[in-house]
Design a protein around this ligand. Structure first.
Ligand SMILES: *Cc1c(COP(=O)(O)O)cnc(C)c1O
Length: 376
């Protein structure tokens, strides 16, 4: 049997290129605290992402916590139950109350009508997630936020390099956060960033990520340590050099899957929404009731065949023990999210996943559906 195919495999630049940068770090002995690689990567990412002001962080989870902290929110925060657990945890860890609203079945993102219905006098912000890189209904959310005086923070961990109608997704919201974890389409081993709409907001974030220190003799905030080291920032430069290559390799996998899987009864392949420049970070499919087997059975059979897919996202965050007693967590409030968590499966996608492997995975799914093969 061949080696297992994992859901992702991180891209790495040539080691010699990294060693050359390590030599510079050894030479300068500047290891962290906003060193030259950190400074220049913030600049480069701001340009590359068309993002107003970038602050690098240790990881995506701290980016969220620091953004929420710097935004000085209070009371309730409207958010999605359909995300990675860090999204809701960051709200809870900021001593705020998450209020879950349902998602749209088209893009898996918070439904703006549901957001508006959930607003109370205690609401201070909306935390949306650009799920699988599909931009949220950014214009509708902006209009709602303006009408009600709310802040908007996007968890853009999936949305590196994503554009909507030619415009960077980082042009919307008061802040957006990124993750550069090993599993993401742009990685610095561990790492993250906050995109701030203004230079003033960036200043607040810089303090919050550096213990709340404003100057040598002034510490006005209860901050944390969320700085990115020079090791990660140096790697980030090399990863950025290769990003368009990585995106093109992922796109190739995405298109090959679609050619195989579109049209299989019971398998829904969500199209890339119109106007979106995608990054092909994930390849989610929905296993519908009319398919021969259910999602969990397909997951198990793929695994037995050495193909590791991922129930991403599962379980639904509103069903976790620390959130399930919130009034907004009742399944009747979140019917679409509760349905999709039981149907979704993310298939392996990464630069270098071979055409043969994509064909084998698609073939396997096609046969799982084929009644002749299933009977045999
Ligand atoms: C990966 C991810 C995070 C957390 O990022 P880390 O860098 O792993 O801390 C947060 N939100 C979403 C949606 C993610 O996918």
């Amino acid at each position: 049997m061949s080696d297992p195919i994992f859901v992702t495999r991180p891209f790495l630049p040539p080691l010699a290129d990294y060693v050359a940068l390590l030599e510079q770090i050894w030479e300068s002995r500047i290891l962290t605290n906003g060193g030259p690689f950190h400074q220049s990567l913030e600049q480069r990412l701001a340009e590359y992402l068309d993002a107003p002001e970038v602050s690098l962080t240790t990881n995506g989870a701290l980016a969220l916590e620091i953004a929420i902290d710097a935004a000085a929110l209070s009371g309730e925060v409207i958010t999605t139950p359909y995300s990675f657990v860090a999204t809701t945890h960051s709200i809870k860890r900021g001593n705020l109350r998450p209020v879950f609203v349902d998602i749209s079945p088209d893009d898996f993102n918070i439904d703006p009508d549901a957001v508006e219905r959930a607003i109370t006098p205690a609401t201070s912000a909306i935390v949306g997630v650009h799920c699988y890189g599909n931009p949220c209904a950014v214009d509708a959310i902006e209009a709602i936020a303006k009408r009600h005086g709310l802040r908007v923070i996007y968890d853009a961990a999936h949305a590196f390099g994503v554009r909507l109608n030619g415009r960077s997704v980082f042009q919307w919201g008061d802040m957006s956060t990124l993750s550069f974890h090993a599993t993401k389409s742009y990685n610095t081993f561990e790492g993250g960033a906050i995109v701030n709409a203004t230079a003033q907001a960036k200043q607040g974030v810089e303090r919050a990520k550096n213990f709340g220190i404003a100057s040598e003799d002034a510490i006005p905030l209860v901050g944390t340590n969320g700085k990115m080291s020079e090791l990660n920032a140096a790697l980030g430069h090399l990863q950025l050099d290769h990003y368009e290559e990585v995106r093109a390799l992922r796109q190739r996998v995405d298109e090959r899957y679609r050619a195989h899987l579109n049209g299989i009864a019971g398998i829904h392949v969500p199209p890339i929404p119109r106007g979106v420049t995608a990054n092909y970070s994930y390849f989610p499919i929905l296993v519908l009731p009319e398919f021969a087997i259910d999602r969990d059975q397909l997951y198990d059979r793929l695994k037995q065949a050495g193909i590791v897919s991922r129930k991403y996202f599962y379980p639904l965050l509103s069903n976790l023990p620390m959130y399930d007693s919130l009034p907004s967590a009742v399944p009747e409030n979140l019917p679409i999210a509760n349905q999709i968590v039981n149907q979704v499966l993310c298939l392996p996608i990464y630069p270098g996943l071979s055409d043969d492997d994509v064909d084998r995975i698609a073939e396997f799914i096609t046969h799982a559906h084929n009644p002749v093969r299933v009977r045999a």
